[in-house]
Design a protein around this ligand. Structure first.
Ligand code: ATP
Ligand code: MG
Length: 568
């Protein structure tokens, strides 16, 4: 046994989730020679989403924790739906999460020869047969969990005939859907998966790796356990829907092997997120039909979408850690994910000033040609990050929402004759305003108090409100994309009817005229995270051009999860 695999007996078990506790026990008992080898087995038929992240964190994370290894294996057994575009995106996303399969990159298609030989062996042993019924006929004979199924009329076909037909299936002599190979197990078994499962079907679409070499392709249940076995996987961790498949998984491995080793399948609950769908089929539909702007649309639950939105790997890991791994299905609240994102970005995002809905403020007693440089914290959570300078001048942009002509009682922002502090600068008092013909406010006038400059002695006079601002002459116009929930109902998958009717029509708002302070514009690189003071977290989008920066709103500052938690 390698030394790194020895687990300290004193180590706390309570910090481990139930899967890790099982792994720990197996290692302590010396199973598999003390070896730990997990795998992450995506089918390359779509982009990874945050649900996959939960599986990845389990598979790679548990291997990491106990000094084992984790394979990446593409479960590429259906050429009709798979593509290299997906393979590449999956690898990129796993790396982004911070995991590495090193030299352990595998493909189920590498095992097609062994799986085919195994099928031949089962036929020769009378344990598999070619069924020429339609899929409807086969389904009709399946029975129910309480009623046994009916035998196929082809069940007792002579071995020689089965062999001949299966080989011809693979030569391309028959049409897709005309026949399948089934394992001959038990049509009365209380586990429906044992009722002569289909193990091979005809597919004539060329495979992206093996071309037209094969015309028959193994079904999931006939490929997965065996692939685990070929790779020496010790713990095959998957989601709960595979619980009823586990006996069949073990059945095939035992048929295949003459030794005692069998990978151990352990199942945990899927991640489901409110206001989101997680089905790859539905996500593909949103992309194909142009209902979102692509797989990496920042409203998508895909990892590339979340990345573009500004979510970080550490926030995703923190969220997965908080929801945990259990044996019960659950619906996870998106607010908790957002809470993790806020916590992470609060530590790391650079603070800048931006005005998303600008109105002009003119400080009438401030000289026209004067500019002062005000010191602004780059991140008050992390003073090491220092400060930067922001120009202050007579004309400033402030948020339209920060002014009210006729405010209610508790409005502490700007209104006629009232004082506020301009963050990092002076206290001002509103002296008037100008409206256009349509009655909209065009300019707000104020006077500043020169004795109140932030940071100077005597500047500590208190006023209730503090507003952010950007100086007009140096402001940079940028585009901001504001996002809301992709779906307008909490659990779209539970609703009747077409899920597309449940899309939130206001999930994207584009703001073209946002004013950003010059230092922020100069510094911004694609993927950078910023906090726009008082507004939220924003991330620089890849659509940005040197003269046109685009920001995605990652998340607002108001933590609805923390608020909910306080109620409890
Ligand atoms: P399908 O099989 O329907 O195409 P899938 O989402 O299961 O879709 P896979 O590529 O088979 O996609 O998934 C790879 C791994 O990710 C599997 O082990 C699966 O259990 C896991 N996984 C998929 N969705 C989730 C989820 N929502 N939560 C946790 N794990 C998931
Ligand atoms: Mg799957």
């Amino acid at each position: 046994m390698e030394e790194k695999l020895v687990i300290n007996e004193m180590e706390e078990t309570s910090g481990l989730n139930f899967v890790e506790q099982e792994i720990k026990k197996d290692l302590e008992e010396g199973k598999n020679g003390g070896r730990l080898n997990t795998r992450f087995p995506p089918e390359p038929n779509g982009y990874l989403h945050i649900g996959h992240a939960k599986a990845i964190i389990m598979d790679f994370g548990s291997a990491e924790k106990f000094g084992g290894t984790c394979n990446l294996r593409f479960d590429d057994t259906n050429p009709q739906k798979e593509d290299t575009e997906y393979v590449e995106s999956i690898m990129r996303d796993i790396k982004w999460l911070g995991y590495d399969w090193e030299d352990r990159l595998y493909y189920a298609s590498d095992y097609f020869p062994q799986l085919y030989d195994f099928a031949i062996r089962l036929i020769k042993e009378g344990k598999a047969y070619v069924d020429e019924q339609t899929s409807e006929q086969i389904a009709a004979q399946k029975g129910t969990p309480t009623e046994p199924g009916k035998n196929s009329p082809f069940r007792d076909r002579p071995i020689e005939e089965n062999l001949d037909l299966f080989q011809k299936m693979n030569n391309g002599d028959f049409e897709e859907g005309s026949m399948v190979l089934r394992a001959k197990i038990d049509m009365a078994n209380s586990n429906m998966h044992f009722r002569d499962p289909i193990i091979y079907r005809i597919i004539k679409t060329p495979h992206w790796r093996t071309g037209d070499k094969w015309k028959v392709y193994p079904m999931y249940d006939f490929a997965h356990g065996q692939s685990d076995f070929f790779e020496g996987v010790t713990h095959s961790i998957c989601t709960l829907e595979f619980v009823p498949h586990r006996p069949l998984y073990e059945y095939f491995v035992k048929e295949l092997a003459d030794e005692s080793y069998c990978p151990r399948q352990i199942e945990f609950n899927r991640l489901n997120l409110t206001y989101t769908v997680m089905s790859k089929r539905k996500l593909l539909q949103l992309v194909k039909e142009g209902l979102v702007r692509g797989w990496d649309d920042p409203r998508m639950p895909t990892l590339c979408g979340l990345r573009r939105r500004g979510y970080t790997p550490s926030a995703i890991k923190d969220f997965v850690n908080r929801i945990g791994y259990t044996k019960y299905e659950a619906l996870n609240h998106i607010e908790l994910l957002e809470h993790s994102v806020r916590e992470d970005l609060n530590k790391s995002a650079t603070r800048v000033s931006a005005v998303v809905n600008p109105v002009k403020l003119i400080i009438t007693n401030y000289p026209e040609d004067k500019t002062e440089m005000m010191e602004m914290d780059n991140n008050p959570e992390n003073p090491i990050e220092g400060k930067h300078e922001m120009p202050f001048s007579r004309e400033l942009w402030i948020e339209r929402d920060d002014f009210m002509e006729n405010p209610p009682k508790k409005f502490f922002r700007l209104s006629p004759d009232k004082e506020v502090r301009l963050k990092g600068a002076y206290i001002i008092k509103c002296t008037g305003l100008k409206k256009n013909d349509a009655g909209e406010i065009e300019e707000i006038y104020a006077e500043y108090d020169p004795e109140t400059r932030s940071g100077l002695p005597g500047s500590d006079r208190k006023v209730k409100g503090t507003l952010h601002w950007v100086s007009v002459p140096t402001a940079v116009n940028v585009e901001v994309r504001d996002y809301d929930r992709l779906f307008s109902v909490e659990n779209p998958s539970a609703e009747e009817g077409d899920f597309r009717d449940l899309l939130n029509p206001d999930s994207l708002i584009i703001r073209e005229n946002v004013k950003l302070e010059p230092w922020g514009a100069e510094k911004a690189q694609v993927g950078d995270h910023f906090q726009f003071t008082r507004l939220g977290y924003y991330t620089v989008d890849p659509d940005s051009k040197p003269d046109h920066l685009v920001f995605n709103k990652t998340i607002g500052l108001k933590d609805t999860w923390a608020k909910e938690m306080k109620k409890i």
